[in-house]
Ligand binder design. Structure first.
Ligand code: ADQ
Length: 759
């Protein structure tokens, strides 16, 4: 990535183009009052980040109005039209019959719980999933309708995880970024999700995917590998020649906005009112949505434990807990509300005195002034979610502690913990130690408090929400630009009419065909990928043409190729990447490098076997000129990890030898440098230099050696979608068979087409 100076984020960025923000909800709220329809624009949350970007780039915001019941009411429509005109907000109308399944169902009863690592709480129904798909399609249609060339689409959060791919299919060239506001769970938990592969595929339509933390990013990568078998590196996924950029970039807040609020007279009044009321009492503050993930009962129990364990603190500490009602019509949330109400009542009933209550409990939303004042006076903040994507309250508290006199007690399971190391971090499930952490916070020397707070404040200031937003759009634009560049360099689809004409005209043709992945699909076990009889018929037909020299050039051992193909007249076989050849009508294999010593094998075998012992499902194959460690049947993540380790071990071991380690499709092969497919081409053209049609087809890295050596007027065909130097590409082995059938005039036998099992 291009390095940019720290001040560059505020520069005008013409290449960003118009921004199209897409989120489940618009920043507008529609309510039906007696007097008619009312609407208001929210200022906090996501709008804080999006508004300046939208202003600068002249963009639009697409989302659900949150209200679907009165569609068709002309007065309501009038409000929505005004949103479009004056606010650049475009309302998506979701039919009421799918809202429940999409929003309350798959989004909030399935994804929300599972992604917050509560597999025991999630519900799944096929109907909810169907509604989720449908709602994403409705969003897609709304976006596609508005999309203009050069737009940059920013999709937010778990309700819209299918949308990136849906838009990609409708508008292949679209520039798309996706940000996940909630955690991405470990792959073990993610795997529990029914329709998990569709969800991942949905995300892969984006150019850029960003998460709050590296942990979530890692979890996503490992899920991709385990669920869809897709490998990735720390910062990107290569999907054939298309690359998707990945990053961990935590959302911030607008700290200076809080500073301004603290300066306002109204806020100052509230602060002095609080101070007057709570003179001599230490204040703890908790501010949350009433959500299961926020750990409210656990926090209250820890506070109760604190009062019991540290009796001297009774009468001297008050917890002000603000909890905005959320998802109140969901039974589990009703239960939570009841549990919290009961705990507050029980604790206050047990410990209160005529002049003091341990908990002040507010079940409502606070104004920005009240909120800032509360943060400012609180001696410590209790931010103790059981799991949280990031948690903005932690950062807001820090932003309001300008004098440094406060302590943040933070759950290690909040995403914010990754960058707020100076907080006192606790495990919210550990009541006893959380209680001790409260004591520690309240007794912390002022110098230590200031040091910790200063470090936290600096980071909150630097990584504010504007920097976050600007960086997101810039990274999406960069990622999309790289995609376009890569697209321009991609091999074109094989022009079938053109190759057929060239074939027809030629009188002496050389056809070099890889086997696995090119003529048949991959199987879990290599020995199962046997050629179907129909494929043999096809090869028989192509090889029978006296103008053709057809060679199967494979990494396979001699025995496999001989068993399968030796009876096909006129077919040449090159095994072990061309180290040995069997000419038509001959019985003996010959090598271009006879009498090569194989004393290297013992040492390398021991290394490979050591890896096989450590990796269930993997094994070592011995061929005449090479040794291969296969791990297709192993745990994919562990397999990839060990393959990398093996490669680096071998790189060192083989540095000064004639051997090289090659990473193949789910295998690592150690072979002699000269044993490569380009050597076959050299042998074939040495004796017969006058071919007037040359075709080479293959699907993996070992075929690239051959493609590189083929001349400019030849046909090099990559089968699949990896990076390649081939000039042309075909989708899969089925298309390859169709090509051979067309060229040779042999009708394609239906059963020759096989399904690609894995890899
Ligand atoms: P939320 O789960 O909503 O967001 P959080 O990050 O804590 O969680 O944000 C809550 C916001 O609501 C804060 O700005 C807070 O000030 C405000 N708020 C809460 N209670 C309030 C009250 N009673 N009165 C007024 N304001 C109140 C999701 C993810 C988070 C992630 C954010 C942003 O679940 O993990 O941090 O998105 O990506």
């Amino acid at each position: 990535m291009e390095k940019k100076g720290p001040n560059k984020t505020d520069d005008p960025q013409p290449e960003i183009g118009r921004l199209v923000v897409v989120s489940n909800r618009l920043p507008m709220t529609l309510t039906k009052e007696r007097s008619g329809w009312e609407s208001s624009r929210s200022t906090g949350g996501l709008a804080t980040a999006m508004d300046p970007l939208l202003e600068r780039n002249g963009g639009i915001w697409i989302g659900w109005s949150g209200e679907s019941s009165a569609k068709g009411d002309p007065k309501r429509q009038q409000v929505l039209d005004e949103w479009r005109e004056k606010e650049n907000c475009i309302a998506v109308d979701l039919p009421p019959e799918i809202v429940k399944g999409y929003y309350e169902g798959f989004s909030n009863a399935t994804l929300w719980f599972l992604f917050h690592s509560f597999p025991g709480l999630f519900d799944f129904t096929t109907n909810n999933w169907r509604d989720y798909v449908r709602a994403n399609e409705i969003f897609r249609d709304a976006v596609v309708k508005e999309l203009q060339p050069g737009d940059l689409v920013w999709i937010h959060d778990y309700q819209l995880m299918l949308l990136p791919q849906m838009i990609r299919e409708a508008v292949p060239d679209a520039r798309i970024g996706f940000f996940l506001h909630i955690p991405f769970p470990s792959s073990d938990v993610f795997r529990v999700l029914p329709r998990r592969d569709e969800v991942l595929k949905g995300l892969l339509g984006a150019d850029y995917i960003s998460f709050h933390t590296h942990r979530y990013l890692q979890n996503f990568r490992s899920s991709l590998l385990r669920v869809n078998g897709i490998r990735s590196s720390m910062d990107r996924i290569s999907l054939g020649s298309r690359q998707i950029r990945l990053e961990a970039q935590p959302i911030g807040i607008a700290p200076l906005g809080f500073r301004d609020i603290l300066e306002q007279e109204k806020t100052k009044e509230i602060i002095s009112e609080f101070r007057g009321k709570y003179t001599g009492v230490k204040l703890l503050v908790g501010v949350d949505r009433m959500d299961i993930t926020k750990g409210l009962p656990e926090r209250l129990r820890a506070f109760r434990r604190f009062l019991v364990k540290h009796r001297r603190m009774q009468g001297k500490v008050t917890l002000i807990q603000v909890a905005v009602p959320s998802r109140g019509n969901v039974p589990r949330y009703k239960d939570l509300q009841q549990e919290v109400d009961e705990l507050v009542g029980q604790i206050n009933g047990r410990f209160s005195t005529p002049t003091w209550s341990p908990i002040v409990y507010m079940r409502r939303s606070l104004s920005q002034e009240e909120l800032a004042a509360l943060y400012a006076v609180a001696d410590a903040a209790l931010v103790t979610p059981l799991r949280d994507g990031q948690n903005l309250v932690a950062k807001e508290y820090v932003a309001c502690k300008l004098d440094g006199d406060g302590v943040l007690i933070l759950s290690e399971f909040a995403g914010a913990a990754a960058e707020m190391g100076e907080a006192i971090q606790i495990n919210p499930y550990d009541e006893d130690r959380t209680a001790d952490a409260i004591v520690r916070a309240l007794n912390m020397p002022i110098d230590e408090k200031r040091d910790r707070m200063a470090a936290l404040y600096k980071r909150v200031l630097r990584n504010d929400v504007f920097t976050w937003g600007a960086r997101f759009v810039r990274n999406t634009a960069d990622a999309a630009a790289s995609r376009k560049k890569a697209d321009a360099g991609r091999p074109q689809r094989l022009p079938k009419a053109q190759i057929a004409a060239a074939y027809e005209e030629a009188s002496k043709r050389l056809i070099l065909l890889d086997y696995d992945g090119t003529l048949v699909g991959y199987s879990q076990r290599a020995q199962d990928a046997i050629p179907p009889p129909e494929l043999k018929t096809l090869l028989f037909g192509v090889a029978a043409d006296p103008r053709n020299t057809v060679v199967i050039v494979s990494g396979r051992a001699k025995s496999d190729l001989e068993r399968w193909f030796a009876k096909i007249p006129n077919l040449w076989l090159a095994a072990e990447h061309g180290a040995v050849m069997l000419r038509p009508a001959e019985k003996e294999w010959t090598s271009s490098h006879p009498n090569v010593p194989d004393n290297w094998k013992k040492e390398v075998f021991e290394v490979l076997e050591h890896f096989a012992d450590r990796t269930p499902g993997s094994y070592v194959e011995e061929k005449e000129f090479s040794l291969v460690w296969h791990y297709r049947m192993s745990d994919p993540e562990f397999g990839e990890w060990l393959a990398n380790e093996l490669n680096s071990t071998l790189d060192e071991l083989l540095a000064d030898t004639q051997l090289r380690a090659i990473q193949g499709r789910k295998n690592v092969e150690v072979k002699l440098i000269w044993a490569n497919k380009a050597d076959v081409l050299a042998q074939m053209t040495h004796d017969e230099p006058d071919f007037d049609f040359m075709l080479a087809a293959g699907d993996d890295t070992t075929d690239e050696d051959l493609f590189e050596k083929m001349g400019p007027d030849t046909w090099t065909v990559h089968v699949g979608s990896q990076n390649t130097v081939a000039r042309y590409r075909l989708r899969d082995h089925n298309e390859m068979l169709e090509l051979l059938a067309t060229l040779s005039g042999t009708p394609i036998p239906a059963k020759a087409k096989t399904v690609k099992a894995t890899g």
